[in-house]
Design a protein around this ligand. Structure first.
Ligand SMILES: NC(=O)c1ccc[n+]([C@@H]2O[C@H](COP(=O)([O-])OP(=O)(O)OC[C@H]3O[C@@H](n4cnc5c(N)ncnc54)[C@H](OP(=O)(O)O)[C@@H]3O)[C@@H](O)[C@H]2O)c1
Length: 257
């Protein structure tokens, strides 16, 4: 049985993934942005390992989340699930970054760099990542007019590029990205065609299954099948320049293999 950390597990696909893993007998480390939001998962908490608290908008709190998880121990798998969609303005966050970039890109990068290395990493992307090419010249939206949908698409392309970069750099870790489909959550809305049970399936399978098909790395998945992601995401040159920029923005470099 595995122990799996899931960011953003108070609602939507993260909560559904936690429920599914617990039902399969795994341990789950849950995550809420605040102690107040943790009350939304008190019923899951009784069956699981622990809850860690921290708002991923803040780099300081994100570092504290990594510390809390490290204090519990090394995770077998981490599902980087927490995310925001179309933020009305750039922000900024306490550290001065665009909110979408901070929560959707900088936080998973920081957690990856600061947490004890798991065996498996799963990053939540989206089919919308295909509209996110060309972000490197202004990753933090300091020069462009704010475009919420483009900022989201870019952040989801970053997740594929990060997953693929780690698959290259850390060959002992299985690192994959997932498009969960348009799912009925707070983010997806009530009219979305996919239920949360289906929407969480691929990421929990990649995190914990011993099915040989799940034991691969550097792939982009949708509905338990591999797909071809956007060109930029698979380009090692883009991946390396993205990692350099994320290192500059966070002050934290990815540890070597
Ligand atoms: N739903 C879709 O159709 C869809 C499609 C493609 C990709 N995705 C991706 O799937 C992932 C999960 O989406 P979802 O639909 O389940 O979204 P959701 O229902 O809005 O849930 C998002 C989760 O992230 C947490 N979160 C957001 N901002 C946070 C912050 N600053 N600090 C800590 N936690 C934070 C939320 O906490 P609170 O409960 O406190 O808000 C919640 O637990 C996201 O990465 C999203 O981009 C979703």
């Amino acid at each position: 049985m595995a122990i799996v950390f899931i960011t953003g597990s108070t609602d939507g696909l993260g909560r559904a993934a936690a429920q599914s893993l617990l039902e399969q007998g795994h341990q789950v480390v849950l995550h809420a942005r605040s102690a107040e939001r943790a009350t939304a998962i008190s019923e899951l908490e009784s069956h699981s390992a622990r809850v860690v608290i921290g708002d991923l908008k803040s780099a300081a709190q994100t570092r504290h989340v990594a510390d809390q998880v490290n204090a519990i121990g090394r995770m077998d798998a981490v599902i980087h699930n927490a995310g925001v969609y179309t933020e009305r303005s750039r922000g900024p966050t306490p550290e001065g970054h665009a909110t979408t970039l901070a929560i959707n890109t900088l936080a998973p990068y920081l957690l990856t760099a600061l947490m004890k290395r798991p065996d498996r990493l799963v990053y939540l992307s989206s089919g919308l990542h295909r509209g996110g090419e060309g972000s490197l010249s202004d990753l933090d939206w300091t020069r462009r007019t704010w475009d919420p949908a483009k900022a989201y698409a870019e952040s989801k392309l970053h997740m594929v590029a990060l997953a693929f970069a780690l698959a290259r750099r850390w060959p002992q870790v299985l690192s994959n990205a997932v498009d969960p489909g348009w799912a009925r959550t707070k983010m997806g809305g009530a009219g979305a065609p996919v239920g949360v049970a289906t929407g969480q399936r691929t990421q929990t399978w990649l995190a914990a299954s011993d099915d040989p098909a799940a034991l691969v790395s550097g792939r982009y998945w949708h509905d338990l099948r591999q797909q071809e992601p956007a060109h930029e995401a698979v380009d090692p040159d883009f991946q390396e320049r993205l990692l350099d920029r994320l290192g500059e923005l966070t002050g934290v470099m990815l540890p070597p293999a």
